[in-house]
Design a protein. Sequence first.
Length: 198
Amino acid sequence: MTRVTKWALAAAVLAVALIVALLPRGSDTAAKPGEDLAPARAAAALQPCPAPGPAQPVKQLEGVTADCLGDGASVDVGKALAGAPVLVNVWASWCEPCRTELPVLQEYAKQPGAVRVLGVQVQSPAKDGLDLLAKLGVHLPSVFDGAGGSGPVRTALKVPSSLPASYLVSVAGEVRFIANPRTFVNTDQVRAAVEGAS
């Protein structure tokens, strides 16, 4: 083997090693197996996730399940959102605009005439989400859609890559993406967006 060939081979091996080192790893974002979330769940004190109602499931979310962030129980999202208007907010613990928006949604949910609000945590470990909600004082019912790139709820809603993202599910089961504004900074914006999408 010539000296040039050895250098070319060494450079190729180094390039492959560098590419492998830069690839995302599931263990960086996934919840740790067997991790006890009970203390984080107690600190977050989330409202219970919605139970399935008698109405027809929301077609776009039919058969889609996620874990209730508050207690770990499985939630049939299509059935849980059926029969009443619901504002669905998709967020992640690393998302800075989400940290601004979540308390606004909490405040909106307390107002008379507000529609139900359901949070969907994505792309971040469940414990990180619980810790963030506890820190922010946000107790909205929330489901965990997985720590990886695309969970079943995110896939069904076709959530854009930039977060947060909000959707209004109508009484009839129609799902509408709220494009304006993309991030809520006050409760008047939330109310106007909900009324505009109804």
